[in-house]
Design a protein around this ligand. Structure first.
Ligand SMILES: N[C@@H](Cc1ccc(O)cc1)C(=O)O
Ligand SMILES: NC(=[NH2+])NCCC[C@H](N)C(=O)O
Length: 386
């Protein structure tokens, strides 16, 4: 079918499911630290209190200034790939056509640019680096060096949609030196202060000042309207680009500092008129018309909903990550089977919750919405925000 995806909930026909094959390590360097350095914007903001990564430690004295590779345990990767296959199988059993990315080679390659190099990670959270807006694929400007060329691994799928008539654009590629990053958000937190120190940026001959760095997962799509989160100058530039690029076709609504970057573990749209939110406080950040929608706030996730990890396992998400569900239609939602409370809450609101196993979401940074890219849904360019 042709590329057609305007919203987060209408009947799903085709989807890409990410892959974690050959995931071996995280490369800890400035862009990684900054991305996962989840700072807390306000101490009395209930929406944010649980946001910290207790085991994300800063580099010790004497360690290399460049990237430090932190191994990811093989067992977790194997279990994750098993769960991803389960997700793909469930989607297929519901009649959805599933595409998969190209796997990275077992000997993890590196990205080299004139300014830096970093090890490559697999195309797992594929929601992040590509925005599908209607009949257009937009590869967004990455925020993590290891993920600089991640969308290359989706090339065969994108080429096929292009052949069938899709538009295909790539946002300007950043030089991504240390000076490209606006560190103000990460450095201005309160509520106990920034959880992890961010290293001082190092100068480079390639510095051009702040650049556009913006992930697709900062957006939610509502037909003609797109909600986009802006927390830094980098995001602002990214949204300026999007706005100019989509002018006359889509309307962008900026929300400010709803989260540090991605918003799909804060708020998701399940059907016209219904949002799934981490807390009621989220509503205040949203554009006026959305504040009138019904809100489902699931019970706060508890530690027993998650596996226990060792001290050397990096935890990359908040406990709210399972809010990151995937809608296959306006009444059916794929939910982590580890969250019976969330399933019950959705059922109480008339949804069918399909349980799917997903054990290590906190180690790999994503739930079902993050791991997928919905390329064909029935919905069109409608005005939902009136
Ligand atoms: N602080 C980010 C960190 C993050 C982003 C993407 C991930 O896949 C995982 C974690 C979250 O709130 O959005
Ligand atoms: N598209 C994504 N990768 N979203 C993940 C967001 C996770 C968010 N940082 C959290 O900790 O809850």
């Amino acid at each position: 079918m042709s590329l057609n995806s305007f919203d987060e909930w209408s009947p799903l026909r085709e989807v890409i499911v990410g892959s974690a094959k050959n995931y071996v390590s995280h490369e800890r360097e400035l862009s990684f630290e900054l991305f996962f350095h989840d700072n807390i914007a306000g101490d009395n903001d209930a929406a944010r209190l649980e946001w910290y990564y207790p085991r994300l430690r800063s580099r010790g004295e004497g360690e290399a200034a460049g990237g430090t590779r932190v191994p990811v345990k093989r067992r977790y990767v194997d279990e994750l790939n098993e769960d991803l296959q389960g997700l793909a199988d469930t989607l297929a059993s519901l009649g959805v056509t599933v595409h998969r990315p190209t796997d990275v080679a077992p000997e993890t390659g590196s990205v080299h640019t004139p300014a830096w190099s970093a090890s490559v990670v697999p195309p797992l959270n594929i929601r992040d680096n590509t925005l599908i807006v209607g009949d257009e694929i937009i590869e967004t400007s990455p925020m993590i060096r290891s993920r600089y060329f991640e969308t290359q691994l989706l090339k065969p799928v994108f080429q096929e949609y292009f052949r069938r008539g899709a538009r295909w654009s790539v946002m300007p590629r950043p030089l991504m030196t240390d000076a490209s990053f606006d560190l103000s958000y990460a450095r201005s937190s309160s509520a106990g202060g920034p959880m992890e120190p961010i290293e001082d940026p190092k100068p480079s001959r390639y510095d051009v000042g702040h650049e556009m760095l913006f992930d697709a997962a900062q957006c939610l799509r509502f037909g003609r309207d797109i909600v986009a989160n802006v927390s830094t100058r980098n995001h602002e530039l990214g949204v300026d680009w999007l706005e100019r690029h989509l002018e006359g076709r889509f309307r962008i609504h900026r929300v400010h500092k709803l989260s540090d970057s991605h918003i799909d573990s804060m708020v998701l749209a399940l059907r016209p008129g219904t949002l799934l939110c981490r807390s009621e406080a989220v509503l205040e950040y949203l554009p006026e018309p959305l504040r009138k929608w019904d809100v489902i706030v699931p019970p706060t996730p508890e530690s027993y909903n998650f596996p226990q990890y060792e001290d050397d396992d990096l935890i990359l998400t908040s406990r709210y990550i399972d809010l990151n569900v995937l809608s296959v239609s306006p009444d059916t939602v794929l939910v982590n089977e580890a969250c019976p409370e969330l399933m019950r809450e959705l059922e109480r609101h008339g949804f069918t919750a399909v349980p799917v196993r997903h054990r290590h979401r906190r180690l790999f940074g994503g739930g079902f919405h993050c791991f997928t890219l919905d390329t064909v849904r029935d919905g069109g360019i409608e005005d939902y925000l009136v």
